[in-house]
Design a protein around this ligand. Structure first.
Ligand SMILES: [Zn+2]
Length: 408
C-alpha cells in the first residue's frame, strides 16, 4: 500500500472523500501530552469500533520510532507483534488478535520523539508542530474506515492550535473535535504567530514574507469566491488555511482544513496547488480507494486551471495546458487503473484533467463551466453516473467522446 500514498512534490490527496469500504471505527479519543522542551509526545488513545474487521488478526500502523507501546482492552493488556510493514513512510505494523478486544474498545499508549518525524519533510519545528497521517503519529488503518475524533492535548502555554476540527482552549489544554468522519487527525501547534482572516477563512502562516502573504490572501479570496459562485456554496464555513515554508513536500486538504507547503517565492506553481486544494472542498465525493478518485483529483486539478485562467489570464492558461498535455502524453488513462501502479497518482490527476480540457474544447467553455456545476450539484461518485449526466446535459456525442478518451 505504501506506494499508493507515496507523495511527489505538488501532489495531494483528498482523504476527506468517502471511503466506500468498511466503517469499522466509531471514533477516536486521544489524550496527548507534548513536551516542547524534550520534543516528546505521549499518547493515550481509545479507539471505539462499530464492528470489528473480518479475519482473526487486526493491524494498526504507527511511526516506527514509538516506544513504551501498550495495548489494552477491558482491564487486560493485549499482546502484540511488530512487523516491518510500511503504509506511509517510517511506520510499521502492530498486529494483535481480534479476540482480545472487549466491548469494542481498544486503548493504546505510547510515546514518540517528535524529532523522528521527518516523513515527507514534516520535521519537528518548535514554532510549527504539524501532525498528520503522513507523520504516522497516531495508530491508524485506513481500511477500517473514516472516524470522528476528539483529541485533548496538554502543551506549554505559549502554544496555540489549529487543524481539521473545532478547537477549544482551556488553560494549557487544547481540544480539537472533528465530528465529520475523517481518515486523518491533522493538527498544527504553533507559537508566536498572528491569526489573519481572508473573509471567513482563517489564515496561519510561517516563514512567509509579507509580500507573499498578501498574494496568498488575494488569490485565496479570488479562488474561493469563484468556486462558491461557480459550483455552489461551500459547506466549509470554518475553513482554516495553514501555509508554511518549511521544505515540506506535501500539501493536503481535509475537512475545513488546508495545509499548503510553499517555497520562499509564492509562484503560480504554488498557487495552482492552493487552487487544487481549495477545489477539493468541492471535489471530494468519489471513493479514494480505487480509480474512481480521478473524479476528485482531475476535477480539482482542472478547476484549479480554470481558477488560474480567471485570475491570471490566457497566457497562464496556455502554459498550464501545454504542461498538462506534456505530462498526459506519458501517462496511462485513469480508467480502471489499478491503485498502486507506477504514476497512478499522476494519471488520476493530470491525465484525467487533460481529458476534461479536451471535453471543454469540444463543447465550449461556457457549457463546460455549467456542466461542472451540474456534476458537483449531482454529487457524482462514479464515472458511469458522470457519463449519464454528460449525456443528459450535453448529448450522447459528448459522453461518448469522454468515454473514448478514457478508454484510449
Ligand atoms: Zn488532490
Amino acid at each position: 500500500m505504501k506506494k499508493q500514498i507515496k507523495i511527489i512534490v505538488a501532489l495531494c490527496f483528498a482523504f476527506s472523500a468517502a471511503i466506500s469500504t468498511a466503517q469499522n471505527v466509531k471514533r477516536y479519543d486521544g489524550n496527548i501530552h507534548i513536551d516542547a522542551k524534550t520534543h516528546v509526545l505521549t499518547a493515550d488513545f481509545t479507539i471505539t469500533f462499530n464492528t470489528l474487521p473480518e479475519g482473526k488478526q487486526m493491524k494498526l500502523f504507527l511511526h516506527e520510532s514509538t516506544s513504551d507501546l501498550q495495548l489494552k482492552s477491558g482491564s487486560s493488556v493485549i499482546k502484540h507483534t511488530i512487523t516491518n510493514e510500511e503504509f506511509i513512510e517510517k511506520d510499521h505494523a502492530i498486529n494483535f488478535d481480534k479476540a482480545n478486544i472487549k466491548n469494542l474498545k481498544l486503548n493504546i499508549k505510547y510515546s514518540l520523539n517528535l524529532d523522528s518525524l521527518s516523513n515527507n519533510g514534516f520535521r519537528f519545528n518548535e514554532n510549527w508542530i504539524e501532525l498528520n497521517l503522513y507523520t504516522a503519529w497516531y495508530p491508524f488503518n485506513t481500511s477500517y474506515g473514516r472516524f470522528p475524533y476528539t483529541v485533548t492535548t496538554k502543551i506549554s502555554q505559549e502554544y496555540q492550535l489549529f487543524g481539521s476540527g473545532e478547537v477549544v482552549n482551556r488553560k494549557k489544554t487544547w481540544i480539537i473535535e472533528q465530528q465529520i468522519p475523517s481518515i486523518d487527525i491533522s493538527q498544527v501547534f504553533y507559537k508566536g504567530l498572528r491569526e489573519e482572516v481572508i473573509g471567513k477563512i482563517k489564515l496561519y502562516h510561517y516563514n512567509i514574507n509579507s509580500e507573499n502573504v498578501e498574494t496568498i490572501k488575494r488569490n485565496t479570496r479570488s479562488h474561493f469566491n469563484l468556486l462558491n459562485s461557480w459550483l455552489g456554496k461551500s459547506n466549509s464555513n470554518d475553513l482554516v488555511l495553514g501555509v508554511s515554508n518549511l521544505k515540506h513536500t506535501t500539501s493536503y486538504a481535509r475537512k475545513n482544513f488546508i495545509s499548503l507547503s510553499v517555497s520562499s517565492k509564492y509562484s503560480e506553481f504554488y498557487d495552482k496547488i492552493l487552487a487544487h486544494e481549495l477545489g477539493h472542498l468541492w471535489w471530494n465525493k468519489a471513493s479514494v480507494t480505487n480509480w474512481e478518485e480521478w473524479l476528485n483529483e482531475s476535477f480539482a486539478e482542472y478547476s484549479a486551471i480554470i481558477l488560474q485562467r480567471h485570475l491570471f489570464g490566457e497566457e497562464n492558461f496556455e502554459k498550464n495546458i501545454s504542461r498538462l498535455k506534456k505530462s498526459a502524453s506519458k501517462l496511462a488513462s485513469p480508467y480502471q487503473l489499478k491503485k498502486g501502479v507506477k504514476n497512478y497518482q499522476s494519471s488520476v490527476t493530470y491525465k484525467g484533467a487533460y481529458f476534461l480540457y479536451e471535453l471543454e474544447n469540444k463543447i465550449g467553455r461556457a457549457p463546460m463551466f455549467s456542466l461542472m456545476t451540474a456534476i458537483h450539484k449531482a454529487k457524482i461518485k462514479s464515472t458511469e453516473k458522470l457519463l449519464k449526466l454528460i449525456e443528459e446535459k450535453q448529448g450522447k456525442e459528448a459522453a461518448t467522446f469522454l468515454l473514448e478518451r478514457l478508454k484510449k
